[in-house]
Design a protein around this ligand. Structure first.
Ligand SMILES: [Zn+2]
Length: 282
């Protein structure tokens, strides 16, 4: 089974959005016009909008996913709704992955926290904290490698050791009210609590995979049956944790055939050429 046409989007530049330069440098931003242009191109080919299941089964359906619950996602959701309602875009055709820590608990984590920290401190300070002592190795890629494997108290310790801007982080993510509003427009899926590599510290992983589902469902957003792995990282143990917690699917980046817990996605920024090639092959 080939990788289905599920696209993965992070930040979207809309008229009113203010997105820090770092997100541009990390190639995580797409302009709304460009996004619409690409979706138009896809649906002008043999693809039409579909649910996750349809995109896996038919390979003629496009499913759109947004990761991390960034503030602008509600604006984008409204724009897409307006733009594509007449050509059959339904609620189940887009999924928005929400991180409980960032959106509701204000226990900020993920690379968003790291980006914020290096705006307020030097990257070198953070590198030496993480024992990256060779100046040459002090870069965001290596920082990320070390950071996403940390346990929850280590993540907390970073926040106690470095200055970060609470208000900027708070305003960067959708809040509870906005997530509920978004849930009326499109699918909400879970993206965990601490945005870390769930293959490590499995006891905590179990807790956050289950708790993030419960948290969203307690807000009346039901059912939460898709889990989106932070940084796309998963393995057999994580698939089992998701299954045991009541999820039906796990969204990743790489694809494994016939495994509902390792569904691949195409990154809209990095895989545009691949996506366009797929349209020709269909
Ligand atoms: Zn994410």
């Amino acid at each position: 089974m080939k990788k289905p046409l599920i696209i993965m989007i992070h930040r979207v530049e809309c008229d009113d959005s203010s997105i820090d330069n770092l997100y541009y440098q990390r190639n995580m931003v797409i302009k709304i016009d460009k996004l619409i242009e690409l979706i138009n191109e896809i649906i002008k080919s043999k693809f039409s909008f579909g649910t996750i299941t349809e995109s896996i089964d038919t390979r003629k359906n496009l499913h759109i996913t947004f990761d991390d619950g960034y503030k602008e996602h509600l604006t984008v959701a409204k724009i897409l709704k307006k733009e594509y309602r007449s050509v059959g875009l339904k609620k189940e055709n887009c999924s928005f992955a929400i991180n409980i820590g960032n959106s509701f608990l204000h226990e900020f984590s993920g690379m968003d926290l790291i980006y914020n920290i290096i705006k307020n401190n030097s990257i070198e300070e953070l590198c030496s904290y993480l024992s990256i002592n060779n100046q040459k190795n002090c870069n965001l890629d290596l920082l990320k490698k070390i950071y996403i494997k940390m346990n929850i108290s280590e993540i907390e310790e970073i926040k106690n050791s470095f200055k970060y801007n609470f208000e900027i982080l708070k305003n960067q993510f959708l809040n509870q009210k906005e997530v509920i509003e978004l849930s009326k427009l499109f699918n909400i899926i879970s993206h965990g609590v601490y945005h870390r590599d769930l293959r490590y510290h499995k006891k905590s992983s179990k807790r956050e995979v289950l708790n993030s589902k419960k948290h969203l469902e307690n807000l009346g957003i039901k059912p939460i049956d898709i889990f989106c792995y932070p940084e796309g990282k998963s393995n057999k143990d994580v698939w089992q944790i998701c299954k045991d917690s009541g999820y039906k699917f796990g969204l990743s980046i790489n694809h494994a055939p016939n495994n509902p817990y390792k569904i691949g996605r195409y990154c809209i920024n990095r895989n545009i050429a691949k996506i366009l090639r797929k349209l020709k092959d269909a």
